[in-house]
Design a protein around this ligand. Structure first.
Ligand SMILES: [Zn+2]
Length: 143
């Protein structure tokens, strides 16, 4: 029998690597999954350097400042987080492997596009478009 994750629909379990996973709601804006083999729940950030970090909606801005090679303090100011948080994020983002980066960007885009659906006016749509342009630049430089 072919499981859904074998078709690429759901990620494999990061705990036991089983492909028998199902969608299990959402936790803090990120899709959650449950493994039918070991019964653990997880999201794409489980077992990555970014697991348990907060303020996901500011990660994209943060990545942008990293791409621009801004200092820890400047990045902190741009994202309205403390210097300690900024320096922790800097280390964690650098620690991500390239396959983790791709999964994480997917999550960040998922979080951002929910906001895009809310804005319907033309001005907002244009702002959204330039935001996506910036986003693509960030993605291309980070991967
Ligand atoms: Zn499992």
């Amino acid at each position: 029998m072919v499981s859904k994750s074998a078709c690429g629909r759901y990620p494999d379990c990061p705990h036991c690597h089983s492909g028998h996973t199902v969608r299990w709601g959402t936790a803090r804006g990120v899709p959650r999954y449950r493994c039918k083999s070991c019964k653990h729940t997880f999201n794409v950030l489980t077992n990555t350097p970014l697991a348990h970090l907060r303020y996901k909606k500011r990660w994209l801005t943060y990545l942008g400042t990293m791409v621009e090679k801004k200092g820890i303090r400047e990045s902190a100011a741009a994202c309205s987080v403390s210097v300690a948080t900024s320096s922790r994020w800097h280390r964690r983002f650098l620690d991500c492997s390239s396959s983790q980066r791709i999964k994480i960007l997917g999550t960040i885009i998922g979080t951002s596009s929910t906001q895009a659906l809310v804005s319907l006016s033309e001005t907002a749509a244009n702002a959204e478009l330039s935001c996506w342009r910036e986003l693509l630049l960030v993605i291309l430089s980070w991967i």
